[in-house]
Design a protein around this ligand. Sequence first.
Ligand code: PMM
Length: 288
Amino acid sequence: MTDLVRAPGPVVMGVLNVTPDSFSDGGRYADLDAAVGHGVRLRDAGAHLVDVGGESTRPGAERIDAATEADRVLPVIRALTAAGVPVSIDTSRARVAEAALGAGAVVVNDVSGGLADPDMARVVRDAGCPWVLMHWRGHSRQMRELASYGDVVADVRAELSQRIDSALAAGVAADRIVIDPGLGFAKTAAHNWELSARLPELLDLGYPLLFGASRKSYLGGLLADADGTPRPTAQREAATVATSVLAVAAGAWGVRVHDVRATTDALAVWAATGSPRLTAGTEREGRR
Ligand code: PMM
């Protein structure tokens, strides 16, 4: 499973938020049986990983304590692992990550890229597991104020590069690192589109890249009604699929999505048409 980082084809990570207030699937999987059942369905639909998160990262969300977060995710991770479902733990807390790895998780997905908890690098290094380092500037409560950039792509690239250097300095192996632009995290819609359009500049860092646009509010804004009402989260699927396939075609290693079947179907079409790569202005050998 640790070879997932070097997977030959696009990796699909299915989202399983066990939070009462996630913006995208708002509390539907807060109950253990519902959560485990949904995780198994995501795997059956083609997810290579099921990403279990216990703390909402919705813009403006208040933090919960580590014990509450662990209590939400650990039973789900144990049950999914027992059912043979590969799990990533979506947390920025080292303590929760360590317990999740003990419960069977195989990947740490850290939306803070190691910034929120100085002990995370040690946990990941000792486990030898893949670590998704997402671009992040601060916790949900304050992230709207932090969406200020010169050139968003150059700034995100430089900040991701610092996170990579810090992970390497802490002894994390280079082949365990996955990067993520962090769409919607301290980013406006315009920032998200700019990052989507210029992924090759982030891919030039030389690490596999995870792309997580699924159902995010900038897609709702793009598809707003004539009166400006954003498209509701559940009706952003076609846009999610389109942007996810474009990201893979631009060279992304994987996508993090809620509706796994829709994305795997679209990726099957992309593969059947010869897995065409977009170059988006940068000459670069495609990665699969
Ligand atoms: N987005 C969310 C949560 N975790 N992890 C990674 N690596 N990348 C993301 O873009 C990301 C994430 C927030 O979305 P959700 O509330 O739908 O899970």
